[in-house]
Each structure stands twice: as C-alpha cells, then as structure tokens.
Design a protein around this ligand. Structure first.
Ligand SMILES: Nc1ncnc2c1ncn2[C@@H]1O[C@H](COP(=O)(O)OP(=O)(O)O)[C@@H](O)[C@H]1O
Ligand SMILES: [Mg+2]
Length: 605
C-alpha cells in the first residue's frame, strides 16, 4: 500500500531550548526526522530526551526555537499535532484501578471512537499485544512488561501517523524487551514514523534507521549506526595486561604505533583504544613493541566499534547516570514563544458536544474508582459518623442551652455535618488529581485530542456525585440518632443542593491546589491544615453566638458557617436564611477557581 507522503519531515526542530529553573534541559536542539523512519534519540540519563519528546507532544512549551510535527507547529497548532501523534511516555501512564480493557476503551472514547469502535479496537489491541488473558484484571496487577504493552496499545488506538516512544524498554526484562522490539519493527513495517529515545546503544543500533546522539541538551552527532561507528575510526584495539601496573607504559608504547586515547575503563588491567590504521599491520606492530618493552599481555584483539565507543569518542565520557546534574544557567535571552496568559477560545457547538462526551467519559472513569475502592467511601463516612456520635451524645447536652427555642441539637447538628463532610472530602479532589499527575495519566490526557477542561470537570463532577452519596449516608445515620427534616421534601432537597454546590466549589479550589503544589501528600496536608480550623471556627457544631467576640467576627463571615446556616434553615423550616451570602460565596469561588484551574492546566510545563 503506497503511503501518502507529505513533503514536510515528520519532525523538524530548530534551536529548541528549555530550562527548568537553573537547569538547562535543552540547549538548542536541531533535528529532522523523515517520515516513515524509526529515529533514535540516544543519550544518557538527564540528557534532555524526555524534555524534547514532551515538547514535540505539546506537553511542554519551548522557550526558544520552533518545532513542527508533520508540518504543524507544536505551539501554534497543538490540537492538530495531538490528532496525529501517539505518545508512550517514560513511565507507563495506565489507570491502575481500571482493567486493561477498560483502559483501552476509555482512551478509545477520548480519541472520539464510538462506543462500539472503542470496544472492537480494544479487543484487537489486547489480542495483538498478548494481553487478552489479562484483559479483565485491574492494571495494578500487571507486570512491568504488561503495563508497557498496555501503555503502548493506548497510544495506538487511532493508528497515529507518528509515535513517540520514550525509553520504551528501560527497566524491562529481556523477554518483555524483545516483545517491545517486535512491536516497534511491526509498526515500522506498517509505515508509522517512530521517534524512540533510549539509553541503550544496542537498542538504537538494532531498531533505528537513524540516530541522533544527545548530551547535555544538545545533539552532538547524527547519522546511521554505521556512520557513527565510522566516526571512531576503523577499529578498536583491546588488550588485557598481565599486570595493571604496566598500564601507563603500555599506553605510551601503543601511542607510538598510532593508537588514540584510551577509553575510561573501570578495570585497570584493560585498555581499549581507537586504532585508526590498518588493522592487521597495527596488531603486528603493537605486539612487537609491547614485547620489546617487556609488557605482559594476556589478551590482544581488534573489534568493530560499538556505539558505546562512539559515545566515549564524542563526549569523552561513557554514557553516565549523572548527566542530569544541574548546569549553569545560560544567559537569559528573550523568550520567543510564550502562550498568552489567559486565552479564552470560543468553542463551536461541535466542540462543546465533544467536550461534554470527554467530561462524561472522565467522570465515569473517576466514579469507577470509587466503586472499585469501597473502602474509600467507608473511610469517608467514618469520620463524620464519629463526629455525629461525639457531638450528639457527648457535647450535645452542653450545647443544647444555647440553641434557639424548640430546636433539637441533632437537628441543628446534621446539616453542619453535611457541610463538614464535603469540606473534608474536598481534599480528596486534590489527592485524586495529584495522583493522576504523578502517574502520567494527565500527560496522556493532555497529549490527546480531547477537551482540555474535561480532565478537571470529570474530576470535580465525580467528586460532586460522591459528595451527594456521602450526604445521603449521613442522612441515614442522622435518622438513626433522631434527626428529622422539618421543612418537607423541598426543604430537604434544597439543603442537599446548597451543601453539594458548596462542595463542588471547594473541589475546584483543591483541584487548583493539586495543580499548584504537585504531590498527593502535600495536597492532602495543605488541605487538612486549612479545612480543620475553618470547620471548627464555624457554626457546624455549635451556634456562633457561643464563641468569643473576636472569633465570632470571623466565623460569621466564613463560607462554611453561611452554607451550614442556609442548609440548616432549609432542613429545619424549609425556608432559607443566609442563602444569599452562601450563594455569593459559592458563585464567587467557582467564578475564581474554575478559570484559575483551566489557566493553570493549560500552562502546565
Ligand atoms: N520538571 C522538571 N523540573 C526540573 N528539572 C527538570 C524537569 N524535567 C527535567 N528536568 C531536568 O532537565 C534535564 C533533562 O531531563 P530529561 O529531559 O528528563 O532527560 P532524559 O529524559 O534524557 O533523562 C535533567 O537535568 C532533569 O533533571
Ligand atoms: Mg527521560
């Protein structure tokens, strides 16, 4: 089948730079990847491979220079780029809780396949990647090799024209590595352009048509495997000495016959040197000179250079594990391509419809997480249940006297408990989002042609559903200890709606926390430190009137008090008190934090 060739190369990068604080990750990368090729990006840890791949996959913005994928600028036309690419990042971005099949079906839906197509394509890929037997097990039970294959399959749902593979075999056992290699070769036969990064010289040599060697954020050499080998000179002379003490002398003797600088070697009794002259003649001369100098040699031989030798020759050092040490800041130059601070594109009707589907798919996925982890829901209700019991039976007697006439404490307390439940649960929004960020799931979402807001909306809406469920459970617990709604069904529903809306607003705050601080634990800790005092300095448990004056001022204005009071008046009498202020808080928080989250999400990287 004749592939349609576009005149533009599959990837063109010109002078691409990227810094992280003081670290220069890319110091001006130029690269061209022809379409249909398997292109290898070879470099040690910290060389800048992942940064470059993330820029090409539209996950990071370059500071200077420009990059195009299949003729589309990665900064100017990220949506077009995302339509064409598949990305398998350095760390498998699979959803651990979902099964392999569910993972593929979810990503298929987000790639705009219909439900049936997604199902069919998922089954096909599971079969092809030898995952059919494990298809209905949670991905958390998969081995490293299986996860990689699932991750790779997730990138191939729509047969991308170009696939980025970031260290696809790092950390895999030889059998899994061979499976990945076979897949790469098959994709190449099918005409997919591949850009793969690797630290393994053997891998680049085996799999790729062309290799760029990258080190300290710069391409330091480029060519086919053989061209790179030729750079080292014809051959490599290797010898083992009988005594390591004679190493320096042996080196001097061999320099006289034309050998180059030896490669660094952890074994002192071994010498590996480039041998630029005709092999046989050289080995004869070398042997004669060594014997004349009285140097004992236990082994002497010539071999073709490996890519390791190429690296040693090009950089003067073996591919090391510490290439990622922070480097000096290069002089700050103008930042050529910056995204505007807050661009609010006006979506078309079709985009809105697709965005709603995306958000629904992500919501469904997050709700599945709750269903699969019932322990989370149980833990979420233990704490409010304990508060109910503690306050009704331990502190309730003391509080009763300060309540308005005729109000039972349990009736006062329960609406407050609804509010504190959603307030404490809001930190879970941050934890869930932070985990998705850490596990690379968000990267996969961001590299796909899906609505940008769907990830955030899917998270906050799922948490809204969960909050309503928790309020429902707390109502059941309340009824057991004597709580009753006195404002009829409309009053009860209105109380639930107010609390749920407040919880929804809090979810957006904590989504922003997760995007800003990164790390699930940090998000959780930050949340607790803020929520705990706010909940206690409010009318959740006791009327504000019982507090000292200075605290009353604060507690009266607190959105927690206002929401609790509004819910309480609906529950007690069916009529609102402080609804206006509560609604103003909720509306204000949403109006502030939704755009903040979207802005932060768009500008990640
Ligand atoms: N998000 C980040 N924040 C700070 N430094 C980073 C970040 N990502 C990468 N770096 C640094 O940039 C350099 C290049 O990293 P990377 O592109 O991951 O290299 P490679 O993938 O080749 O191992 C390293 O020094 C790394 O520590
Ligand atoms: Mg990397």
């Amino acid at each position: 089948m004749a592939a349609v060739r576009s005149p533009a190369p599959a990837v063109r990068a010109e002078g691409v730079t990227k810094r992280f604080g003081a670290t220069v990750a890319l110091a001006g990368v130029d690269l061209q990847v022809p379409e249909g090729a398997v292109f290898g990006l070879l470099g040690p840890n910290g060389a800048g491979k992942t940064t470059l791949v993330r820029i090409l996959a539209t996950l990071l913005t370059p500071e200077e220079g420009r990059a195009e994928v299949l003729g589309h600028d990665v900064v100017g036309e990220p949506a077009a780029v995302r339509e064409l690419l598949g990305l398998t990042g350095q760390f498998a971005a699979v959803d651990e809780i979902l099964t392999g099949r569910e993972n593929l079906e979810m990503f298929g839906r987000l790639f705009k396949l219909s439900r049936d197509e997604a199902r069919r394509r998922a089954a096909e890929l599971l079969e092809r990647f030898d995952l059919a037997d494990a298809a209905d097990r949670p991905a958390r039970t998969y081995s490293g090799g299986m996860r990689r294959r699932l991750d790779l399959a997730s990138s191939l749902l729509t047969r991308p024209r170009i696939l980025f593979l970031d260290e696809p075999t790092t950390g895999l056992d030889p059998r899994s590595r061979n499976q990945i290699w076979a897949i790469v070769r098959e994709l190449r036969r099918e005409g997919t352009t591949l850009l793969l990064t690797t630290q393994y010289l053997e891998e680049a040599d085996q799999l790729t048509d062309r290799i760029a060697v990258i080190d300290h954020g710069k391409v330091i050499a480029e060519g086919t495997g053989s061209e790179l080998k030729d750079r080292v000179g014809g051959q490599i002379l290797e010898l083992e000495l009988s005594s390591a003490a004679q190493r320096d002398e042996a080196q001097r003797v061999l320099a006289r016959v034309g050998c180059g600088e030896p490669e660094p070697d952890e074994r002192p009794d071994r010498l590996t040197l480039p041998a630029p002259r005709d092999g046989l003649e050289l080995i004869e001369e070398a042997a004669a000179e060594l014997r004349r100098a009285g140097i004992g040699v236990s082994d002497l031989g010539l071999r073709r250079p490996t890519l390791d030798d190429v690296f040693l020759q090009l950089t003067g050092a073996p591919p090391s594990e510490d290439g990622g040490l922070p480097r000096a800041v290069v002089a700050a130059r103008t930042r050529a391509q910056r995204r505007p601070m807050l661009r609010l594109p006006r979506p078309s009707a079709r985009e809105i419809r697709l965005g709603i589907v995306d958000a629904a798919v992500v919501t469904g996925r997050n709700l599945r997480h709750f269903i699969r982890q019932p322990q989370l829901l149980i833990f979420s209700t233990i704490q409010p249940v304990m508060f109910v019991l503690l306050f009704v039976y331990v502190f309730g007697g003391a509080v009763r006297g300060s309540l308005p006439g005729g109000v039972k404490y349990v009736d006062f307390l329960l609406p407050g408990i609804f509010v504190q439940s959603v307030a404490f649960r809001a930190t879970q929004t941050a934890v869930g989002l932070a985990e998705d960020l850490e596990r690379g799931v968000v990267d996969r979402f961001r590299s796909m042609p899906m609505a940008r807001s769907a990830v955030l909306l899917g998270r906050t809406v799922a948490d809204l559903v969960r909050n309503v469920l928790i309020i429902g459970l707390m109502i059941v617990v309340g009824y057991v200890v004597g709580f009753r709604f006195h404002g009829g069904l409309p009053g009860a529903l209105a109380a639930i709606v107010v609390v749920a809306a407040f919880g929804f607003a809090l979810s957006w705050i904590f989504a922003f926390v997760a995007l800003a601080v990164r790390g699930a634990e940090a998000a959780q800790a930050a949340g607790f430190v803020v929520v705990f005092p706010l909940v206690f300095a409010s009318s959740v448990f006791v009327p504000v009137g019982t507090m000292p004056d200075w605290l009353q001022t604060f507690a009266k204005a607190s959105p927690i008090t206002l929401t609790a009071d509004a819910a309480r008046s609906y529950a007690l009498s069916g009529g609102p008190a402080s609804l206006g202020s509560a609604a103003a808080w909720i509306g204000g928080l949403l109006a502030l934090f939704i755009p903040l989250c979207v802005w932060r999400y768009r500008r990640m990287g």
